[in-house]
Design a protein around this ligand. Structure first.
Ligand code: FES
Length: 132
């Protein structure tokens, strides 16, 4: 009898580059982040070693209960194409006017990095960083 071997196919992952900056910081301090397609934006930002003191971000791990992964997509929102779910929209209704901007604000834990995000510009609110 001939044994059949199944070899795991290497998963092809694409990398997507977008710009990230901290709210109220100079545009020159923005970072180009290279992200693996398919990961959540929250994971990418949390794991990015270049982004310092991002300690108050994504505290519930994607359960939509903490609202700390809130980001403002300043360029490329429409291109992302992933519309907020009803659950995510419920989160928005709990945020105040300062924290939520229609057509700009998203929960990073609900966004999967995709090629459509190439060139997007993402602002991380000050509250996500260590408060001194
Ligand atoms: S990580 Fe808590 S709402 Fe996204």
């Amino acid at each position: 009898m001939k044994a059949i071997q199944y070899l795991a196919q290497p998963r092809f992952t694409r990398s997507v580059t977008f710009t990230v900056y901290r709210q109220n910081r100079q545009q020159e301090e923005s970072l180009q982040v290279n992200a693996e397609e398919g990961k959540t934006l929250m994971d990418v930002l949390s794991e990015c070693k270049q982004i310092k003191e991002l300690d108050e971000f994504g505290l519930c791990g994607g359960e939509l209960s903490c609202h700390t992964c809130r980001v403002h997509i300043r360029q490329g929102y429409a291109k992302i194409g992933q519309k907020p779910t009803v659950e995510e929209e419920d989160c928005f209704s709990l945020l105040g006017r300062v924290d939520y901007i229609e057509g700009v604000t998203r929960m990073a834990c609900q966004i999967k990095v995709s090629k459509e995000m190439e060139g997007a510009v993402i602002e991380i609110p000050d509250e996500a960083f260590t408060q001194l």
